[in-house]
Ligand binder design. Structure first.
Ligand code: CMP
Length: 138
């Protein structure tokens, strides 16, 4: 079993898409082993996305991620990291496959409705960034 960090981003929370996204997650065989709704501070968004801090979009990305509440999740499944990335679709919704979350719900590259860890070392940083061990129950 593998775990990954998922975020339902502010654009999706604002448009009442939490339930539809959770339904897709559960019906694809993921266990939601931790979940909470939160409004991130700018400092938290900057620390979470620190790997992107030299990228030109870092300022807009971090401002956006604290512009409204998000839903933070830890998902568990075999091959969870790749499976969640497949279910989300490509980062840019214009390139996302039919039937993916970003194809169906995302507005643009920034407001792309969902985030997921991209590798095991990223998940190992991202999951404990938001959840302590007591909050993660399989
Ligand atoms: P996410 O998977 O959360 O990881 C970083 C985010 O930066 C990404 O989704 C996009 O929403 C956002 N982003 C904005 N501009 C770009 C870009 N040019 N390339 C990649 N990601 C971008």
């Amino acid at each position: 079993m593998e775990q990954t960090l998922a975020i339902i981003k502010p654009d999706a929370v604002e448009r009442n898409l939490i339930g539809q996204i959770l339904e897709r997650i559960e019906s694809r065989g993921f266990r939601i082993v931790a979940m909470k709704r939160a409004l991130l501070t700018l400092a938290q968004a900057e620390a979470f996305y620190h790997v992107h801090k030299e990228r030109p979009f870092f300022g807009e990305l971090t401002q956006y991620m604290c512009s409204g509440p998000v839903v933070l999740l830890t998902l568990e499944r075999e091959n969870a990291i790749a499976a969640w990335r497949e279910l989300m679709g490509a980062t840019n919704p214009q390139e996302a496959a039919e039937g993916t979350i970003r194809k169906d719900f995302a507005i643009n590259l920034e407001k792309n409705s969902a985030h997921g860890s991209d590798a095991p070392d990223t998940a190992a940083f991202e999951i404990p960034f938001f959840f302590n061990k007591l909050e993660i129950q399989g």
